[in-house]
Design a protein around this ligand. Structure first.
Ligand code: NAD
Ligand code: USQ
Length: 393
């Protein structure tokens, strides 16, 4: 298959592109390095230094013979660029990761909130129009997020809700009550794509992914395969952060009570889910929604498991409840369906099967690169930020 990966410089984009190339597909990637721009603006760095895409792609080809074509450009600000890429590469499927993914960043202030929604929503709209222009039968595999649903008092279905109202029956997109401006941008994307499928007969798989953790994929050991792994309070996701905190001897930062419950999956399963979605495309006119996670944990469950895994490899770790910078429920009901991808053949990698020990061992050699000042740098959810007025800058 000819597969275009949007957001190919990111934590998930690069390993996905490598994995697809290893399976014999023709792969191209697009990125505009906006994540690197934000990193330098807010003063954070990934744990491992990551070469730029042309260098990574050259290194990959030299090591394996797999070619990944690279296009550098902005899918949100430059429609002509995106349209050119589709005409030049002629993809049969597009995996769309190219969005601002951090909830804390999106809540830092008006600039960050507006950037997040414009970048994410307009990028997806541009993609929809470029696909309509090039070939509406291209399968779009779009990364959504479990946080679109929020934490409702009823069980979360896989995308759709069957309702009977006024004596009549219908099937509607599950009601959304997201956690942040970022998560809300994904809700807008889902609504826009549902419209495109209903109106233009698009084929879309909307993957409501849970929180991803881990670093090692099948190709991790070789130079050029490692990815952008964050542990800071803006881009780092909770399990990756806890592993780094344990490895550096810092207490694990459980925000508030720690009852916040979410769906999680290992990065190896992200790659497998993308593969399964691509091999089993949505039908024309269908927006197919999968809840892409394998296990459900509270933050305290995770912290305890990280402490235990650290102990198994001789690291003494501890937990410290810290003030929660977010506005979220800290104790709540949570039950979410996730049978679609298992139905397609997903065989999950479970966290208790040595994955935390593997992660801790992998990051230990790099722990002297950690910038401790970026562990507690999460913006708060107040929406009010102390900033220098524009006219005084
Ligand atoms: P990431 O920030 O590491 O990767 C996203 C990449 O997209 C970056 O390299 C960025 O430069 C690029 N990008 C952003 N806007 C762009 C634009 N306008 N034009 C071109 N490139 C652009 O994020 P990630 O953690 O790899 O997440 C990938 C996707 O998966 C995101 O859409 C995210 O919302 C979603 N997701 C991630 C997780 C997770 O736990 N990491 C969980 C659920 C969903
Ligand atoms: N948390 C802590 N301590 C920390 C960091 C986080 O207790 O040091 C808590 C948060 O308060 C939250 C939970 O852990 O309750 C998860 O936080 P997270 O930062 O790992 O995840 P989140 O902000 O939801 O975002 C991440 C990705 C995002 C993706 C989302 C999937 O950054 O791109 O969409 O996971 S989901 O949560 O299912 O929506």
């Amino acid at each position: 298959m000819r597969i275009l990966v949007l957001g190919g410089d990111g934590y998930l984009g690069w390993p996905t592109a490598v994995d697809l190339a290893s399976r014999g597909h023709d792969v191209a990637i697009v990125d505009n390095y906006v994540k690197r721009t934000i990193e330098s603006k807010i003063g954070v760095t990934p744990l491992l230094e990551v070469p730029r895409l042309h260098d990574r792609s050259r290194q990959l080809a030299a090591n394996t013979g797999w070619n990944i074509e690279v296009f550098i450009g902005d899918i949100s600000k430059d429609y002509e660029f995106l349209s050119h890429v589709l005409n030049a590469f002629e993809p049969e499927a597009i995996v769309h990761y190219a969005e601002q993914p951090s909830a804390p960043y999106s809540m830092a202030g008006v600039e960050e909130a507006v950037f997040t929604q414009v970048n994410n929503v307009v990028g997806t709209l541009n993609l929809a129009f470029a696909v309509a222009e090039r070939d509406p039968s291209i399968h779009i595999v779009k990364l959504g997020t479990m946080g679109e649903y929020g934490t409702p008092e009823i069980p979360i279905e896989e995308g759709w809700l069957e309702i009977t109202h006024g004596g009549r029956h219908d099937r509607v997109l599950f009601p959304k009550r997201p956690h942040s401006i970022y998560h809300l941008s994904k809700v807008h994307d889902s609504n826009n794509l549902e419209f495109m499928c209903r109106t233009w007969g698009f084929r879309v798989t909307d993957l409501n992914q849970g929180v991803v953790y881990g670093h090692r994929t099948n190709y991790y050991d070789d130079a050029g395969f490692s990815t952008s792994f964050h542990y800071d309070g803006v881009f780092g996701t909770v399990i990756n952060r806890f592993a780094v905190q344990a490895a550096m001897g810092m207490p694990l930062t459980v925000y508030g009570a720690g009852g916040q419950t979410r769906g999680y999956l290992n990065i190896k399963d992200t790659l497998e889910c993308i593969n399964l979605a691509l091999l089993n495309p949505a039908d024309a006119g269908e927006i197919r929604v999968f809840n892409q996670f394998t296990e459900t944990f509270s933050v305290m469950d995770i912290a305890r498991q990280v402490v235990e895994a650290a102990g198994n490899i001789g690291i003494q770790a501890s937990i410290a409840h810290t003030d929660n910078p977010r506005n979220e429920k800290e104790e709540h009901f949570y039950e979410a369906a996730h049978t679609g991808l298992v139905g397609l053949g997903l065989q999950p990698h479970f966290m208790s099967h040595g994955l935390l020990e593997e992660l801790l061992r992998d990051i230990q050699p790099w722990i002297n690169r950690v910038n401790g000042g970026t562990i507690l740098n999460s913006p708060t959810w107040t929406g009010v930020v102390e900033r220098t007025p524009t006219h005084a800058r």
